[in-house]
Design a protein around this ligand. Structure first.
Ligand SMILES: [Zn+2]
Length: 421
């Protein structure tokens, strides 16, 4: 048994009502001053004020007592949106972007995602595995204890399966809990540019059944976008995916308003992600279907989309007012967001979206857990939940957020195991 005591602030991020912390609950992440907690095996068994915990749990029972004086304690971060398995560097493309070329023009010139697809198809399963394993290790040191990973840089049945097998290997070997998502509908590959209906058929008739039969993904995602698939095509993919048993996620309204949020609501997707062009009706649909929005501010930073920032500030206000839950994720990928740090993502949300400290913390923990249907196991510091906990070298949430990008993490505890960082 492990007792952690004297935390200056123990930030629990527990659900205040059933479901994510949305609306008026969004800005409360249930902080216990001079907090303590008890871990038994992989689970948290008690949380409270240090004096109460020490009175209830005799010190002699503890195999270890950790004094967290001068520290804050947070739940482990949950990254609900990554494209972590790929090959090839897009650093040269970024140099061109800095010189003024747009993401859309690079995409059309067979750069962008098509470049990554080519490199990923050429890479061996081992190459993909070891690169992704390194990334996950770096993410762990930055406090991410649960990670969703999408396929989507293969775009042939063989290459999508190759990526999903890599994700399965990562599931067995990584320190984090991994959630696998099939994203064969990431974009139409070059060889099908003049016959997109054939690629749609390939996804629906070949890829989805085999991925499901081999139990390689829990979720099916679609990039519903002018650069990806129409709302009609998304509907066709979702219908078959749902019939097979997949849960659904979606890239919605990223580079234009394209109807993805409405499809997400109709099909009760687990989350609607990106949402750069979300309108008032979309917010209404998402509210009605109780679907969390996942915002990805790393993309705004990397693509330098400063003009979108005032719009996002308005959208965040509307989302909060509508009681729609809001989560944050990295969207880690080689093109639009080579960002691995959930702390940095929260720092960006604080500054770009004007979210407060407590909102940012709810968005990277409990609300993100809901976006992945994992909230009964992770996302908050509560008795009965997995002991996924960060010990952070800061006196308060305020101090923690004052240095953007600085993780300040001393220990990452995963399933009760303490890792010194
Ligand atoms: Zn994405």
């Amino acid at each position: 048994m492990l007792i952690i005591k004297n935390a200056h602030e123990l930030v629990t991020c527990r659900s205040l009502e059933s479901g994510p912390n949305a609306g008026k609950n969004f800005s409360t992440c249930s902080v216990i001053k001079n907090g303590a907690l008890v871990v038994d095996g992989e689970k948290i068994v008690a949380v409270g004020k240090t004096e109460n915990i020490l009175a209830r749990f005799k010190k002699k029972w503890a195999s270890r007592i950790f004094d967290a004086s001068g520290k804050i304690i947070l739940p482990g971060f949950i990254d609900s949106h990554t494209h972590l398995v790929f090959a090839g560097s897009r650093a040269e493309e970024y140099r061109l972007k800095l010189k003024g070329q747009s993401y859309k023009s690079l995409h059309k010139k067979k750069g962008g995602i098509h470049f990554t697809v080519g490199e990923t198809r050429r890479a061996s399963e081992d190459e993909l595995f070891f690169q992704a394993k390194d990334t996950l290790e770096r993410m762990f040191r930055l406090g991410t204890t649960t990670v969703e990973i999408k396929s989507g840089y293969g775009l042939t049945p063989e290459d999508e399966l190759k990526i999903l097998r890599v994700i399965k290997r990562l599931k067995k070997t990584a320190k984090q809990d991994i959630v696998a998502t099939f994203l064969g509908a990431h974009t139409v590959p070059l060889e099908y540019q003049n016959n997109r209906s054939a690629y749609l058929k390939l996804i629906i008739e070949k890829m989805l059944p085999v991925v499901w039969a081999k139990d390689l993904a829990e979720y099916c995602d679609v990039f519903c976008d002018p650069l990806g698939f129409t709302a009609g095509e998304t509907t066709a993919i979702f219908s078959e995916a749902r019939r097979l048993g997949f849960k659904l996620r979606i890239h919605a309204e990223q580079t234009a308003h394209f109807g993805g949020a409405a499809v997400a609501a109709r099909y009760k997707a687990a989350s609607a992600d990106h949402c750069d062009f979300l309108n008032d009706s979309d917010i209404g649909y998402l509210k009605k279907s109780r679907i969390p929005v996942v915002l990805l501010p790393g993309v705004l930073l990397h693509l330098m989309e400063w003009k979108k920032i005032p719009y996002f500030q308005e959208t965040v206000k509307k989302i909060k007012k509508a009681d729609v839950a809001l989560a944050l994720a990295t969207d880690y990928n080689p093109g639009s967001s080579p960002v691995i740090s959930m702390k940095l993502v929260a720092d960006l949300a604080l500054r770009f979206f004007r979210m407060d400290y407590q909102e940012c913390l709810n968005a990277v923990t409990i609300n993100a857990a809901y976006a992945l249907n994992r909230a009964s196991e992770v996302g908050s510091i509560e008795p009965g939940k997995q002991a996924d906990i960060l010990i952070v070298d800061a006196l308060s949430m305020k101090d923690y957020f004052h240095g953007p990008g600085d993780g300040k993490i001393d220990y990452v505890i995963k399933k009760g195991l303490m890792n010194k960082i």
